[in-house]
Design a protein around this ligand. Structure first.
Ligand code: FAD
Length: 452
């Protein structure tokens, strides 16, 4: 890189990283002294709000991802996994494989936007046995699993095994859990017509939630409406229940006991026979962030109101991987796409302010509204202070989220998928795709690292 040229390196190609890249491009489009580089392990931006619809087969897998290169106007993109971040030497190392040398990238400014991963809270073997709903791979694997259970149950003569195959347990009554339960319930009930030996009442979809309510952060009335609707749709929602273990065929749950209550009550222990458990009960920042030298709280990089890591003023952290308290609520900002994008805009603004010697801006965020789909063409939405539910909210959900997809071709494809879903049955073909293998790292090749 030539003398005087500055490199801004963005790590992570999710909502935060991509929005930050787009804003930086708008500030520095014609500035040849500024180079923008983005590194992410996938070469696409995943539109997570529609992930449950990929699991249910309503939307075709590739339609919810937007190739990052199609959004880059000036940015240099690397599809690679980040191996190490050295803020003292200002160097980020990318993992080497048998096909790619593990190169190192020097930076002048760094934006950390590496997001989060599923949090299994250290429950024994949960990561191995449960299905999750965080990545595109998760959605495809889960969809195949659901079809597989229908295929097996259809010809199963042992009634106990058949029942357990047709019982789906979803842990977590937040956004992802409720939307996944609604979508998958619709899918199995629709698919049933091709499985004559499976009756409506054979299928159980159960949501477990440790709190006494679902959808935290939503208006109480809407959360109650959702509970009623889910029950009407045949979904069992068990509140105040926490999972103790999952053996792969049996879930043990127990009541959440209030320790301050006297006389102390004994938790009721219950067992559910199931072969499929979907874990959506929590997220935590990705390991590379948790293990980094940056100061962290609950795994997220602690940032100041300008979104800078205090000990490293050239480093910004945004989205799910950062930790900042909202001064109004005294709680961390919620891990949502909305707040990730808002943070990305401020980080990009502050970067150009530093480079151009201007005043920086503080991060202030208040949610513009919240929406969730709950199955059977029903949704809930809080938008501009209005609390809506049912078909109207469902229609708004679709319109708003469709408009947020950054490319027209993907918008059209999703719109067509939705239209086709209104007219035809869901596809029940099972693709034999297996769980992701861990990438093999080639240490020898790292020895010939390029410092770029
Ligand atoms: C099923 C589901 C539904 C959701 N629905 C909504 C919703 O309706 N509304 C809403 O506001 N939010 C929703 N969210 C939350 C939202 O998706 C996240 O808050 C948002 O994605 C956070 O953005 P981010 O950029 O911080 O992280 P991410 O979008 O997770 O992006 C992180 C990026 O970093 C990359 N990365 C991570 N580790 C490495 C590494 N070591 N090397 C290279 N690259 C790496 C990842 O591949 C990814 O591209 C939902 C989430 C899920 C899972």
């Amino acid at each position: 890189m030539s003398e005087g040229k500055k490199r801004i390196l963005i790590l992570g190609g999710g909502f935060a990283g991509v929005e930050c890249m787009r804003k930086l491009e708008s500030y520095f489009m014609n500035d040849t002294d500024i180079e923008i580089v983005l590194v992410s392990e996938d070469n696409f931006l995943l539109f997570t709000p529609m992930l449950p619809q990929v699991a249910s087969g309503m939307i075709e897998t590739r339609h919810v991802v937007i190739p990052i290169r199609t959004l880059c106007k000036k940015t240099i993109f690397y599809e690679a996994q980040i191996k190490n971040i050295d803020p003292y030497g200002k160097i980020v190392t990318l993992t080497g494989t048998n096909e790619r040398r593990g190169i190192s990238l020097h930076y002048d400014f760094l934006v950390l936007a590496l997001g989060s991963q599923t949090n299994f809270f250290g429950i024994d073997k949960m990561e191995e046995r449960a299905y999750s709903m965080k990545t595109l791979n998760d959605a495809v694997v889960l969809r195949n699993r659901i079809i597989d259970t229908l295929e097996q149950a259809e010809n199963e003569s042992d009634p106990i095994l058949k029942k357990s195959l047709l019982t789906l347990v979803i842990v977590g009554g937040g956004f992802a859990g409720i939307e996944t339960a609604g979508e998958l319930n619709d899918f199995v009930q629709d698919a049933r017509k091709y499985y004559p030996n499976i009756k409506k009442e054979d299928i159980r979809v159960i949501v477990l939630e440790a709190a006494s309510f679902i959808l935290p952060g939503f208006n109480e009335k809407l959360a109650r409406f959702t509970l009623e609707k889910l029950t009407q749709h045949g979904i069992e929602v068990k509140l105040g229940k926490k999972l103790s273990s999952f053996s792969g065929s049996e879930v043990i749950i127990e009541d959440v006991v209030d320790p301050n209550k006297t006389p102390a009550s004994q938790p009721v222990i219950e067992s559910i026979q199931t072969r499929t458990l979907v874990w959506t009960a929590g997220i935590t920042p990705v390991d590379i962030i948790k293990k980094s030298v940056f100061k962290t709280n609950r795994g997220g990089i602690v940032v100041n109101e300008f979104l800078e890591a205090p000990d490293f003023p050239e480093v910004f952290a945004i989205g799910d991987c950062c930790y900042l308290l909202n001064p109004q609520t005294n709680r961390p900002y919620p891990p949502t796409a909305q707040s990730a994008e808002a943070g990305a805009k401020i980080a990009a603004y502050n970067l150009q302010a530093i480079i151009k010697n201007k005043q920086k801006r503080k991060f202030e965020f208040s949610s513009r509204g919240q929406m969730a789909i709950i199955g059977k063409r029903s949704a809930i939405a809080t938008i501009f202070g209005l609390h809506l539910h049912g078909f109207v909210a469902w229609w708004i959900w679709r319109t708003v989220y469709l408009s947020k997809i950054p490319r027209l071709d993907k918008r059209v494809r999703i719109f067509l998928d939705w239209t086709i879903d209104l007219l035809f049955d869901r596809d029940i073909s099972r693709l034999k795709i297996f769980r992701r293998e861990l990438p093999v790292e080639y240490k020898e090749l790292d020895e010939v690292d390029d410092v770029w």
